[in-house]
Every structure is written in C-alpha cells, then in structure tokens.
Design a binder for this molecule. Structure first.
Ligand SMILES: [Zn+2]
Length: 57
C-alpha cells in the first residue's frame, strides 16, 4: 500500500477541522498551501509544509 500524505489542520489550528489526505505528495502540499493561505492567512513554503505539517500515514 502506498504512503499517503496527510495534513490534519486540527493539530495546527484547534478550531479547524480541515483534513487533507493524498497519495500524491505534490498535490497534498499544494492543497495544504492553498488552505493555509485562504483560510488562515498564513504563508508556508513547500518545505515547511512537508517537514513540519504533513504526516506520512
Ligand atoms: Zn485549517
């Protein structure tokens, strides 16, 4: 089974229940980035998202 990349926003922002899960790392990073910008007004680089926010499940 392939690894999936997951961002559980609830662990970042307590009141946000947004969850991303994708087997495509690029897609997961892209979705996470858009969500962080649009819903939280925060800019993260791809590397920050990969290293600090995405979990491999
Ligand atoms: Zn969120």
């Amino acid at each position: 089974m392939a690894d999936a990349y997951k961002l559980d926003c609830e662990s970042e922002a307590v009141d946000c229940r947004f969850i991303i899960q994708s087997e495509n790392e690029l897609e997961a990073v892209e979705l996470a980035k858009n969500h962080m910008q649009e819903d939280h007004g925060q800019d993260y680089s791809d590397d920050e998202l990969r290293e600090e926010h995405l979990q491999v499940v």
